[in-house]
Every structure is written in structure tokens, then in C-alpha cells.
Ligand binder design. Structure first.
Ligand SMILES: CCCCC/C=C\C/C=C\CC/C=C/CC(=O)SCCNC(=O)CCNC(=O)[C@H](O)C(C)(C)COP(=O)(O)OP(=O)(O)OC[C@H]1O[C@@H](n2cnc3c(N)ncnc32)[C@H](O)[C@@H]1OP(=O)(O)O
Length: 285
């Protein structure tokens, strides 16, 4: 058995799963866990930032590092999922954007840009096992993957307009890569959160299953479709589909950062976000 070593983790840990496969931890932090199934070569990246996997600077950085680890370890595919039973990811951490410090705000947005480019442009097949709610940035992660399977009774969508903010172009492009233009425009302008059933109906998710295990199995099945396909040809084909969106952000990173800072620090945005956060806190009491 080949032992994969990770720059971030040192010697790999072996975790027997069943008699046919061995799950090996490639890298692990407090916020993420990256494990590869030795038999299939497919890696599972579990987001683990309780209570809701809100994406702060550290979690975004760990996600990006994990994707790179999966790629450098030559994994055959990558599945994103959550350690929570009810939330895939609550999107960007409001605490990074509400009453922010400028330097931290810049690092935060720059990390989000990098993470998105790494995931959206990844050479290996990517899939999301959406085992909980996936609003805004959570939906961005899922739609950046090539395949999505979701558990019933949760919600997913880009709800930015509900919070009084505007989804940047690249959020919209990830949506448009999955949804018909008319559906995407209507959903974005309304800040619509789709139920699992609605998401499947419009094509925002590809499949619906009842358990996380089934969701991972569906993702493995999807990634298995490429078993006999030359990985180089596959990666270049994927890249051709996505290159315009990736270049658009790459070439306008600084402008995008400045637009974000201007939008977020605008007093009316701060007031709207403050009210939204207050409401969230009240609801959770
Ligand atoms: C034309 C030019 C355009 C230029 C554009 C340029 C820039 C654009 C500017 C800005 C774009 C910024 C983009 C932002 C995208 C985002 O991702 S914003 C985040 C949106 N997320 C949400 O709206 C989700 C809010 N959360 C929920 O709805 C629920 O929490 C949940 C996910 C459905 C889970 O519900 P559940 O009941 O299980 O949990 P609670 O609600 O009780 O929450 C527990 C706990 O967690 C806190 N919390 C929830 N979400 C967040 C969050 N996103 N960030 C931080 N904290 C969060 C919640 O407040 C509770 O805290 P507690 O009360 O202290 O326990």
C-alpha cells in the first residue's frame, strides 16, 4: 500500500472503513478533514467549523490548502461535505464583514477569491454532498463543483439581495454554470432559497438522497464516470468550459476587492447586515 505523505500532516493515518476499503487521512486541521479512500482514490473534504461552517479567513484558507493537497496527492476526485447534520455551510462569516478591520477584510476576500479559483478551476473531478443548508457562500462552494447531491428538507441558494448585498459576477457565473439564465436571474434578484425538491427541479442539484452516506456514494458514482477517461483530456476540457469565468476574476482581482470593500463598508450595507445578524441571533435563542 502506498503511504501518501502530506506537507501539512506528516505521516498518514490509516482508518479502516470496511473490509474492502481503507480511508486514509491526508491532511487535517481544526476546521477541515481530508481523507482519501485507498481503494477508489477519491478524497472527501469535511468542513468542520461548528455551529454552521460559516466561512471565515481560516476556514477558507484550509479549504484551499485541502483542494491543493488532494490534487498534489493525485486523488481521482474530491467530494465536499460537512460534519454538521443540518448545515453544509452558512456562507460567508458575517463576523468577517460586519464592522470589519480593513486589513483583515482584505485578506478575507482575497482568500475567498483564491479558494473559489482553486475549486472552480480544479483539474480533478469535484462533487458536493450537500448534507444541510447551503445559503450564499455555501451555495457558491456547491455550484463550483461539477456535481451536487442533496439531502431532503434543506435549502440552497444565493440569498444576497435579501441581506441587502449584491452577489459578485463570479458568484453569478457559478450559478449560471448550473442554472438556465432566466431561472438564475429570477432567483438572484429575489434572493431565493430553493428547497431540496425545488433545487432538483430547476437543476441546481443533480440528485436527492436520504443520508450522508448515500450522498457520498452518489458523488463517488459521479466521479467514477471518469474512470476510463484520460485525466489530462478531461481537465483541459473542463478548463475550456470555465476559463472565461476564471480569467475574468484573475484579471480583475484588485477591482473586485475594491468593489467588495466599498460595498461592505457602505453605512447602509452595514446597517442592513447588522439588522440581519440581530434577527439571526434572535431566531437562534
Ligand atoms: C455591481 C457591482 C457589484 C459589486 C459586488 C461586490 C461585492 C459584493 C459585496 C458583498 C458580497 C458578499 C457576499 C456574501 C455572501 C454570503 O455568503 S453572506 C452570508 C449569507 N448567509 C446567510 O444568510 C445564512 C444565515 N444563517 C442561516 O440562515 C441559518 O443560520 C442556517 C444556516 C439556516 C442554520 O440555521 P440553524 O437554525 O441551524 O442555526 P442558527 O440560525 O441558530 O445559527 C447558529 C449560530 O450561527 C450563527 N450564524 C449563522 N449563520 C452565520 C453566518 N453566515 N455568519 C456568522 N454567524 C452565523 C447564528 O447567528 C447563530 O449564532 P448564535 O446566536 O451566537 O448561536
Amino acid at each position: 500500500m502506498n503511504i501518501i505523505r502530506s506537507a501539512r500532516f506528516g505521516a498518514s493515518t490509516l482508518i479502516p472503513k470496511n473490509c474492502w476499503s481503507v480511508v486514509r487521512s491526508i491532511s487535517s486541521t481544526e476546521l477541515t478533514k481530508l481523507e482519501v479512500n485507498d481503494k477508489t482514490g477519491i478524497a472527501v473534504l469535511t468542513l468542520n467549523r461548528p455551529p454552521v461552517n460559516s466561512l471565515n479567513l481560516e476556514l477558507l484558507t484550509d479549504i484551499r490548502n485541502s483542494i491543493k493537497d488532494a490534487e498534489s496527492n493525485k486523488c481521482r476526485g474530491l467530494i465536499l461535505t460537512s460534519s454538521s447534520n443540518s448545515v453544509f455551510s452558512a456562507g460567508l462569516d458575517f463576523l468577517e464583514m460586519y464592522q470589519p478591520k480593513e486589513e483583515r477584510l482584505k485578506s478575507f476576500w482575497t482568500a475567498l477569491q483564491s479558494t473559489w479559483m482553486t475549486l472552480y478551476g480544479s483539474k480533478i473531478p469535484t462533487a458536493a454532498a450537500i448534507n444541510g443548508h447551503a445559503p450564499a457562500g455555501g451555495c457558491l462552494l456547491a455550484t463550483s463543483c461539477e456535481y451536487r447531491v442533496m439531502l431532503p428538507k434543506f435549502t440552497i441558494g444565493l440569498n444576497e439581495t435579501l441581506i441587502g448585498i449584491v452577489a459578485p459576477n463570479w458568484f453569478m457565473n457559478s450559478y449560471l454554470n448550473v442554472l438556465p439564465r432566466r431561472v438564475a436571474e429570477l432567483a438572484l434578484t429575489q434572493g431565493k432559497m430553493f428547497t431540496t425538491a425545488e433545487a432538483q427541479q430547476v437543476g441546481l442539484v443533480d440528485d436527492v438522497v436520504n443520508t450522508k452516506e448515500e450522498a457520498i456514494a452518489k458523488c463517488e458514482e459521479f466521479i467514477g464516470l471518469f474512470k476510463k477517461i484520460n485525466p489530462y483530456a478531461r481537465a483541459l476540457t473542463k478548463q475550456q468550459f470555465r476559463i472565461n469565468h476564471l480569467q475574468e476574476l484573475e484579471q480583475n482581482r484588485e477591482q473586485d476587492l475594491q468593489a467588495f470593500i466599498a460595498a461592505i463598508t457602505n453605512p447602509s450595507t452595514q446597517a442592513a447586515m447588522g439588522a440581519y445578524l440581530e434577527n439571526l441571533k434572535k431566531r437562534s435563542k
